[in-house]
Design a protein around this ligand. Structure first.
Ligand code: PLP
Length: 342
């Protein structure tokens, strides 16, 4: 089976497992796990922030940020397809008591004009807007890279109004590798930035949230409250350190593989995809004109040995990652041709 359902399906390599097996550990709730501390320092340095906190999942990182920056009854501005509102089980409402204002972006990207129009004027009838969350790269947008210009413009609108900004950078390093823009250059426009180790970077578990020292101290307390305090987590942190050392630059291969898939798909009858919109490791394409439902197409692909996921009743998503080789991508292209040329 060639598994392109998600970059979360990657498994730790033998070398990564060796790093985990030999990791020095301590009790991280006491702040005494040297490997966790090293991972947090490394992450903070990479993102140009004072400090970082290791958390079990990207969902927890996002929800800690929502909790940190808001009070119950506040409103947060998000893009309609954002992970923080689409895939986190209602946590912003459930755990932080905030309401969300959803704006429809262009492939996930919002303009400052849209955001300014959505910020609530200071009138006590209104919920105060206290947080803007952006996602880079944008998953439902199709792995879209957030350009720096709108980020800077949104920052300029948010800052004088005292509105915080959080970046869901689950796949931030895909954007970094694709553009050559350092992670710190993206991160400096946000109070808090999270990124995942468990996606294309290939670690089995974990995310980091990066911020200034004062905010990390508050986040550490909130992490305990959310049940995310871990003990000898150095075993997991070692995988993360290995991933940051070995698996960032190679994301470029995944981007080439995604382009290869996009070029093949663009040549097949009834499929709609713009290969220029494939900027990183995510490929979303529409099969509406083939008169097959997403579920029927997925079953036909699976029967040939290729796994994708449905993104809507007529769209499918493929994600490239470090556990699929060039040869497997060529095989995947052959399967797509066989299934969709028919
Ligand atoms: C995967 C992902 C997350 C975090 O997911 P977890 O499964 O909770 O680690 C957050 N944001 C985006 C955009 C993601 O793709």
């Amino acid at each position: 089976m060639i598994d392109l359902r998600s970059d979360t399906v990657t498994k730790p390599s033998p070398a990564m497992r060796e790093a985990m097996a030999t990791a020095e550990v301590g009790d991280d709730v006491f702040g005494e796990d040297p490997t966790v501390n090293r991972l947090q320092e490394t992450a903070a340095r990479l993102l140009g922030k004072e400090a970082a906190l290791f958390v079990p999942s990207g969902t927890m990182a996002n929800q800690l940020a929502v909790r940190l920056h808001t009070r119950p009854g506040d409103e947060i501005i998000v893009e309609a397809g954002a992970h923080v509102v689409r895939y986190e089980s209602g946590a912003a409402a459930g755990l932080s008591g905030v309401q969300t204002c959803w704006l429809q972006g262009t492939r996930g990207i919002l303009t400052v004009e849209q955001i300014e129009a959505a910020i609530r004027p200071p009138d006590y009838h209104n919920p105060p807007t206290t947080l803007i969350c952006l996602e880079n790269t944008h998953n439902r947008g199709g792995g879209t890279i957030y350009p720096l210009d709108p980020i800077k413009a949104i920052r300029k609108a948010a800052e004088p109004r005292g509105i915080a900004m959080h970046l869901d950078g689950a796949r931030l390093f895909n954007a970094v590798v694709a553009t050559g823009i350092p992670a710190s250059e993206y991160a400096r426009h946000f109070e808090t930035v999270s990124f995942c180790l468990s996606k294309g970077l290939g670690a089995p578990v974990g995310s980091l949230i990066c911020a200034d020292r004062e905010r990390i101290t508050k986040l550490r307390r909130l992490r305990k409250m959310f049940g995310g305090g871990m003990r000898q987590a150095g075993i997991l942190a070692a995988a993360g350190l290995y991933a940051l050392d070995h698996n960032i630059a190679r994301l470029a291969e995944d981007h080439v593989h995604a382009k290869t898939l996009a070029a093949t798909l663009a040549g097949l009858p009834g499929l709609r995809i713009n290969p220029d919109h494939v900027e990183t490791n995510i490929v979303v394409f529409d099969i509406g004109e083939t008169r097959r439902t997403a579920d029927e197409a997925l079953a036909a692909l699976k029967a040939e040995g290729l796994l994708l996921v449905p993104f809507s009743p007529t769209t499918l998503r493929a994600v490239t990652h470090l556990d699929v080789s060039r040869g497997q991508i060529e095989q995947a292209c052959a399967i797509l041709k066989k299934v969709f040329a028919a």
